[in-house]
Design a protein around this ligand. Structure first.
Ligand SMILES: C[C@](O)(CO)[C@H](O)COP(=O)(O)OP(=O)(O)OC[C@H]1O[C@@H](n2ccc(N)nc2=O)[C@H](O)[C@@H]1O
Ligand SMILES: Nc1ncnc2c1ncn2[C@@H]1O[C@H](COP(=O)(O)OP(=O)(O)OP(=O)(O)O)[C@@H](O)[C@H]1O
Length: 308
């Protein structure tokens, strides 16, 4: 163990699944998936300071009223898990400033968990390896390992078995957030129900989900047009079934210059891919003017890391 620090600041990104194929439901209650993740510039900032207990404060530029402040909070669970793992008996105060929409399908809670792991590891001088932190992350949730890794990556299994993917340049997105979150398990359940109802027409889900090679090619080439043509999210049909009000917004974005619009993860955040930064700013202005909460973000950006 190294010398403990006074206070640390960690920043962790939200994500967009530029591709998500959902396979079958396993006995563990999880679906086999294959996803191409991109970390984007909507961030969670976390400050960790020494304390006797594990405590948390949450604020932010997004509505944080739905965020638990107790042991259900993923960041608190992450800190507790790390303390148990390394036999640390003290505590930590976590001060989180959220910039990723809550229950929005962009992995905000997962980013907090990843940030808490990195922060407590540094604050408590634990010096765990990247692989050790990744193993703890996977126990916290399917999206947590990607928030630690960041950049662009392919996730298989539950989405937590990661391999970094090559990506050139930058992709500009406009995200449209929503006042009412969607539950991730409810979205997966709605997909299973949809598939059962339409089994004759759509056939069984993939046995071994995989990322479309065109997506990987587009990411490698830094080609937004090519990525737009290949982007796909199997949860979109379920999210739109649960929230039909999202469909006209998707159409509005595409009518106003987006190369494509997709539901982000389990929704209800919508992600519109723009040709470049200028087009993204124009789209953000148009969507804001018609009453939506729209932000311009870009990716890929790094995973959870110490600031300073
Ligand atoms: C929709 C995505 O955000 C796409 O990246 C993820 O698949 C969800 O990741 P997450 O929120 O970190 O998910 P977890 O907290 O691990 O799981 C919440 C619930 O989502 C469902 N779940 C999640 C991941 C997965 N591969 N299959 C699932 O069916 C399960 O019902 C699970 O109990
Ligand atoms: N630190 C946290 N921040 C936000 N929500 C949290 C946190 N810890 C636990 N939660 C709970 O998790 C639920 C989902 O939160 P989150 O913002 O991570 O959703 P999400 O972005 O849709 O997740 P994902 O994209 O990983 O499926 C919230 O409704 C809340 O009850």
């Amino acid at each position: 163990m190294s010398q403990p620090l006074e206070s640390v600041h960690v920043r962790a990104p939200g994500k967009i699944n530029v591709f998500l194929e959902v396979g079958q439901l396993g006995d563990d209650g999880y679906h086999d998936v294959a996803s191409a993740y991109q970390a984007v510039s909507a961030y969670e900032d976390l400050w960790a300071t020494p304390s006797d207990e594990i405590t948390i404060a949450v604020s932010g530029s997004v509505d944080v009223s739905g965020v638990p402040r107790d042991d259900r909070n993923l960041a608190v669970r992450a800190a507790r898990m790390l303390a148990t793992e390394i036999g640390y008996r003290g505590g930590v105060h976590l001060d989180i400033v959220k910039g990723v929409p809550v229950a929005g399908g962009m992995g905000g809670g997962s980013a907090d968990a990843a940030a808490a792991l990195v922060a407590c590891d540094a604050l408590w001088g634990a010096q765990l390896s990247h692989a050790e932190l990744q193993a703890l992350a996977a126990r916290l949730g399917a999206d947590v390992p990607f928030s630690l890794l960041g950049g662009t990556a392919v996730g298989t299994g539950r989405g937590d078995e990661l391999s970094p993917a090559l990506a050139r340049g930058r992709f500009d997105w406009v995200i449209v957030t929503n006042d009412h979150g969607l539950s991730t398990p409810a979205c997966y359940r709605a997909l299973d129900e949809y598939r059962e109802r339409h089994a004759v027409d759509i056939g069984p889900p993939a046995r071994t989900p995989s990322v479309d090679p065109d997506v990987l090619h587009a990411l490698r080439a830094g080609d937004a047009g090519m990525l737009a043509a290949a982007a796909r999210n199997d949860l979109q049909v379920a999210a739109l079934h649960l929230r039909p009000d999202l469909l006209p917004v998707l159409e509005e974005g595409e009518r106003n210059g987006a190369l494509t619009g997709i539901v982000s993860g389990s929704g209800p955040t919508l992600a519109f891919l723009a040709k470049d930064a200028e087009s993204a700013i124009e789209l953000q202005i148009v969507l804001s003017a018609s009453g939506h909460v729209a932000h311009h973000v870009h990716g890929p950006v790094p995973g959870a890391r110490l600031v300073d």
